[in-house]
Design a protein around this ligand. Structure first.
Ligand code: IPD
Ligand code: CA
Ligand code: CA
Length: 265
């Protein structure tokens, strides 16, 4: 059966906004007793879990044959051809501290290929999306990666290691390098939003290690449909399951990703 990805993408945007409204309304009622600890510095609450259930219930109606790779494990159904990759709340630490940067991230894979991505940043009501063959969009307007051609002129984003410190020395050396040789670095606390901001040119590049497929799937797809590049630290294509990602505009990507590669040998 062939699927109309554009229509599906529109439905996923509506779903994200609907679940986003739930997350926004829960934010005002939220207090620290509601937090559960999954691991070191890894938190969750009924908000993440309820959002994921709502997303999966609706996606199961929209595309019944598809399976799921979802952060909170609501469904582990495997789809033969199609699988959704879902982070129901990316930026949970921001959410629980009341810092306004958190998003819903939903991607669709056909076999091994990403074919649809939606990121809804809840606080600014910004929906970033793309489907196979399309441009990337932000709230209905086409978006493009930046044209900055040198690392020296770039604004970068990253995520700090917070539970796996096995590569922290390389990470800190790289951080120092970019501190001295770029316009600056930002740490938003939501990898999906970092990638969405690369796609629309607010950031020139982003890198982080220890990320999961649900943190990066939709964002990596939207960056590429917006004209950018995405690789793992080796410069290869395994950014989805290899827990390392470099993303950026095409004009400075060789210089940028070479610097990352050299530091993470
Ligand atoms: C986290 C955010 C954060 C990144 C972490 C992720 P979560 O996702 O994307 O920016 O640095 O590695 O785990 O736990 O808030 O969904
Ligand atoms: Ca996440
Ligand atoms: Ca999450």
């Amino acid at each position: 059966m062939s699927i109309d990805l554009q229509t599906l993408c529109q439905e996923v945007c509506l779903l994200s906004k609907d679940v986003g409204a739930f997350i926004r309304s829960e934010r005002d009622e939220f207090s620290s007793e509601k937090i559960e600890v999954k691991g070191k510095n890894d938190f969750v609450s009924y908000v993440d879990k309820t959002s994921e259930k709502r997303i999966i219930d609706k996606l199961s109606v929209l595309l019944p044959e598809a399976g799921f790779i979802a952060e909170e494990g609501t469904s582990t159904k495997k789809g033969e051809i199609y699988n959704w990759i879902i982070d129901p709340l990316d930026g949970t630490t921001n959410f629980i501290h009341g810092i306004p940067c958190f998003a819903i991230s939903i991607a669709l894979m056909r076999k091994d290929e990403l074919v649809l991505g939606v990121i809804y940043e809840i606080n600014f009501d910004e929906c970033f999306y793309a489907w196979e063959g399309s441009k990337s969009f932000l709230n209905g307007k086409e978006i493009y990666v930046s044209e900055t051609s040198k690392v020296a002129d770039s604004l970068l984003a990253t995520g700090f290691p917070y539970y796996d410190y096995s590569r922290i020395d390389e990470y800190m050396e790289l951080f120092k390098h970019f501190m001295k040789n770029s316009r600056g670095l930002r740490r938003l606390g939501s990898a999906a939003t970092d990638l969405a901001y690369v796609a629309c040119g607010r950031f020139d590049g982003f890198y982080e290690y220890c990320l999961q497929p649900w943190d990066v799937a939709a964002g990596a797809f939207i960056v590429q449909q917006a004209g950018g590049k995405v690789t793992d630290f080796k410069g290869e294509g395994n950014y989805l399951f290899n827990r390392e990602i470099v993303a950026g505009n095409s004009a400075f990507f060789i210089e940028f990703s070479d610097i990352v590669k050299k530091h993470f040998k």
